[in-house]
Ligand binder design. Structure first.
Ligand SMILES: [Fe+2]
Ligand SMILES: [Fe+2]
Length: 279
């Protein structure tokens, strides 16, 4: 059972005054996201009963949680409700020629704001457009698939973005598991919670880390991890509007619309477009 803490909820939305300015729909959405976050935290053993702050499960304990869930953690966020009593919502139809912005607005769900915050941070850190774009897109594919999301994301975006951008999206995934203090990246507590304090990355993840360390674009993937957010930031609400120019300049929008251009990843866009299709 999730306890609704009104003070915490209001604080997460920027205070009472900010809540008063929100539309009814926006408040309903915010409440849903808050509950979703709490549910994810609970599912990850981070809520009441999951131990106090600073205590993390072991990898073996994380494994034992598998049979307590009614879903698998690697599945795309658009396709499940982590609330055992949850029901799906109707999704808005997409336009005949969908754009990246349409996907941000109707399909990327909770990953949209996370990525906007991350891109905003990269921009504030003075990163070039290609890296800011990588941050803007880095976790959006988690709507479709969470497991191996760096690789799925890179594949989905490869036909449409600069090569360094998709490279950074792909390799931010293995690099998250390895600290690089000089670059400003410490191993996040979030992963101790999600994977267990004694988790050891798989050999292929370690190999990817070794490879990227020697690569000329290491800094690009590393920057995605540095500009990532590993805790919920209640004060950061970033609008997609400030990235429209960046998208127009660097994202090759197909004339037929995403999903209809026969690119190698068109089917991935269609799966996001029609997630209720049974086959
Ligand atoms: Fe990620
Ligand atoms: Fe992220």
């Amino acid at each position: 059972m999730i306890n609704l803490d009104r003070r915490e909820l209001f604080a997460s939305l920027g205070g009472l005054a900010a809540v008063a300015l929100m539309s009814h729909d926006a408040r309903a959405d915010a409440l849903e996201h808050y509950m979703e976050d709490k549910l994810h935290a609970q599912a990850d053993g981070d809520d009441e009963g999951g131990g106090s702050a600073g205590e993390f499960p072991s990898a073996a304990q994380v494994k034992d949680q598998i049979t307590t869930r009614h879903y698998r953690r690697g599945v795309g966020g658009l396709f499940i409700s982590t609330d055992p009593a949850g029901k799906m919502k109707m999704l808005p139809d997409m336009p005949a020629k969908p754009t990246l912005v349409d996907f941000f607005e109707t399909r990327f769900g909770q990953f949209s704001n996370h990525c906007l915050q991350s891109a905003n941070k990269a921009r504030e850190r003075g990163q070039p457009d290609e890296i800011v774009l990588a941050c803007l897109l880095h976790d959006t594919v988690q709507s479709l698939m969470r497991v191996d999301h760096g690789y799925y994301g890179a594949q989905m975006y490869e036909p449409y973005v600069p090569e360094i951008t998709s490279w950074a999206i792909r390799y931010h995934q293995p690099l998250r598991f390895f600290a690089d203090e000089a670059a400003g990246y410490s191993y996040p507590d979030l992963y101790r919670r999600m994977y267990g304090y004694d988790y050891v990355p798989a050999p292929h993840v370690q190999a990817a880390h070794e490879m990227t360390k020697k690569h000329k674009w290491y800094y690009a993937a590393r920057e995605v991890t540095v500009s990532d957010l590993y805790a919920f930031d209640p004060n950061a609400k970033v609008s997609l509007d400030s990235f429209r120019d960046l998208i127009a300049k660097h994202f090759k929008q197909p004339a037929e619309g995403l999903g209809y251009d026969n690119s190698p990843s068109a089917h991935m866009w269609r799966s996001l477009m029609f997630p209720d299709s049974p086959l």
